[in-house]
Design a protein around this ligand. Structure first.
Ligand SMILES: [Zn+2]
Length: 144
């Protein structure tokens, strides 16, 4: 059992978390303008549709690091044992540069660079759910 806050899926974000639990990264696409949107907002930020009727489609999960930050202090309960935590801002391949912020697993921030290729990884919680995160892609497999 963890003390940390865990995702609480709602009607809009449910399919995102459901896919994660199944080991897939699926992001919302507006059914009006077809842009990938994350997080899925009630009003589509790309076209302003008030009924975007999002369709969740699997994406490759590959992307490039656009920015990152290192958390050295836990501001929320349940993370203290995991410090330092590296959060990466990733431009997802095939999504019009959709940004997804997630934890970088298995790697220290040392050696991280802008444009580093990453691929989706999943952090598994004690309750069986999963949170999309990222891992450095094997060298030489740069995502474009
Ligand atoms: Zn739209």
């Amino acid at each position: 059992v963890t003390d940390r806050p865990v995702p609480v899926p709602d009607d809009t974000s449910g399919p995102f978390w459901q896919a994660a639990d199944e080991g897939r990264l699926a992001v919302a696409h507006c059914s009006v303008c077809h842009h990938a949107i994350h997080p899925p907002a009630p009003v589509c930020p790309a076209c302003g549709a008030t009924e975007p009727a999002y369709v969740f489609r699997a994406v490759s999960g590959r992307g490039v690091v656009r920015s990152w930050t290192v958390l050295r202090q836990a501001f929320l309960p349940g993370f203290a044992d995991d410090l330092p935590v590296v959060l990466v801002d990733v431009a997802l391949e095939g999504t019009d540069d959709l940004r997804l912020i997630g934890r970088l697993m298995y790697a220290p921030a040392d050696g991280l660079r802008l444009g580093a290729a990453v691929e989706v990884a999943f952090e598994h919680l004690d309750d069986g759910s999963a949170i999309p995160a990222f891992a450095l892609a094997p060298e030489g497999e740069a995502a474009t």
